[in-house]
Design a protein around this ligand. Structure first.
Ligand SMILES: Nc1ncnc2c1ncn2[C@@H]1O[C@H](COP(=O)(O)OP(=O)(O)O)[C@@H](O)[C@H]1O
Ligand SMILES: CC(=O)OP(=O)(O)O
Ligand SMILES: [Mg+2]
Length: 406
């Protein structure tokens, strides 16, 4: 079975074509700068990378061009669109409705549309991708895989905010959590690598990408996670503030004469590492480089970034009353030895955690980085959300079912 995976964001679309007989990636890439000058596709096939410049005015245009690329003589890997058996889509917000991946029909599309008010930056572009594929590949089944689904069954004590209960009933204001596909993959893989029973384990997964979140996974289920009602809560991120006192919002509105939308933009797009460094960079590579050159501000920002992560790990040890393993993943988690080492050494040694500095000194390699006598295992597990999306898609199509339960 050949599955196309689509992760449709606001200005970029990531794609991967997989042969699910042996789970190999046939080709992958990203259409970027959609709707703005300089749009192009970065396409990878058999270890070779191509940059293809092409005007793409919207998501329809972009996906049309992605599909053409898949069967292009030079870049392509298929001869006919009929070879694509199904398409799996990343969808960020599934509200309370979806606790597993689903076959997309009109009713599911309506629900994703309804949840757009909960994820205005993410769900509308996800939907544009789904609708474009439906137009371009009629008759091919589509599956939605939600960021929120893995967290959907966390206990009520973890997902309710202490505000009047009527707002939960009226607007469904609660913790949803995101990056669920990554936390699900990484926690399961952690148990496999360690040879422990996933259904009888306590694992903390630390997803540090541009957006970042931590999850407490107990007996194979997410019991708490740091992102909340929206992907703004929790850790310090590239451009997002993470946790803050909510009265800062009303204070800023009053003092600076800002609208709610303006404050929302500041907290989502101008805060985090970018805001703390006074617009120097949102990329942790830049912060690390400067911190290593003893730049005091970047050193402070790295401390703030690590401190917040360490506090969440401590909280989730409490949430699960213990921990067997901690796994780092995504851009920073996979590629930053200093971040992993400083979090473990400066804050977690009380747990009996010991890091093997040699083993930790790698980028993007799946491995255990704690010493054999460390009381808790620490790992690097490169995430693979696309593979999870393709696996769910295959399972739903092959079994002929409407919804998967994790
Ligand atoms: N070698 C590295 N050292 C530190 N940070 C890195 C490194 N490589 C990538 N990153 C960080 O990873 C982030 C992107 O992570 P990624 O998981 O690709 O994010 P997303 O999927 O949210 O776009 C970048 O913003 C950058 O800060
Ligand atoms: C939900 C979310 O924060 O996603 P990303 O990390 O891709 O921005
Ligand atoms: Mg990501």
């Amino acid at each position: 079975m050949i599955v196309l995976v689509v992760n449709s964001g606001s200005s970029s679309i990531k794609y991967q074509l997989l042969n699910m007989e042996d789970e190999t990636v046939l080709c992958k890439g990203m259409a970027e700068r959609i709707g703005i000058p300089g749009s192009r596709i970065i396409h990878k096939k058999a270890g070779e990378k191509f940059v293809i410049e092409k005007p793409m005015a919207n998501h329809d245009d972009a996906l049309k061009f992605v599909l053409e690329t898949l069967k292009d003589e030079k870049y392509g890997v298929i001869n006919d669109f009929k070879e694509i058996d199904a398409v799996g889509h990343r969808v960020v917000h599934g509200g309370e409705k979806f606790s597993g991946s689903v076959l997309i029909d009109d009713e599911v599309i309506k629900a994703i549309e309804e949840f757009s008010y909960l994820a205005p930056l993410h769900n509308p572009p996800n939907l544009m991708g789904i609708k474009a594929i439906m137009r371009l590949l009629p008759g091919v089944p589509n599956v939605g895989v939600f960021d929120t689904a893995f967290h959907a069954k966390m206990p009520k004590k973890a997902y309710l905010y202490a505000i009047p209960y009527k707002y939960y009933e009226k607007y469904k204001i609660r913790r949803y959590g995101f990056h669920g596909t990554s936390h699900r993959y990484v926690s399961r893989r952690t148990a496999e690598i360690l040879g422990i029973d996933y259904n009888n384990s306590k694992i903390i997964t630390v997803h540090l990408g541009n957006g970042a979140s931590v999850a407490a996974v107990k007996n194979g289920k997410s019991v708490d996670t740091s992102m909340g009602f929206t992907p703004l809560e929790g850790l310090v991120m590239g451009t997002r503030s993470g946790d803050l006192d909510p009265s800062i919002v009303t204070f800023l509105m009053e003092k600076e004469g800002l609208t709610s939308e303006e404050v929302y933009t500041i907290l989502n797009k101008k805060s985090g590492v970018l805001g703390l460094t006074d617009n120097f960079s949102s990329d942790m590579r830049d912060i690390e480089d400067k911190a290593l050159e003893n730049d005091p501000l970047c050193r402070l920002v790295l401390d703030i970034y690590e401190y917040r992560i360490a506090k969440y790990i401590g909280a989730y040890v409490a949430a699960m009353n213990g921990v067997d393993a901690i796994s780092f993943t995504a851009g920073v988690g996979e590629n930053s030895p200093i971040t992993r080492e400083e979090i473990c050494e400066n804050y977690l040694s009380y747990l009996g955690i010991k890091i093997d500095k040699e083993k930790n000194n790698v980028k993007g390699v799946e491995r255990v980085i704690s010493t054999p006598d460390s009381k808790v295992s620490v790992l690097i597990v490169p995430t693979n959300e696309e593979l999870m999306i393709a696996r769910d898609t295959k399972e739903i199509i092959e079994k002929g079912i409407k919804q998967l339960e994790y």
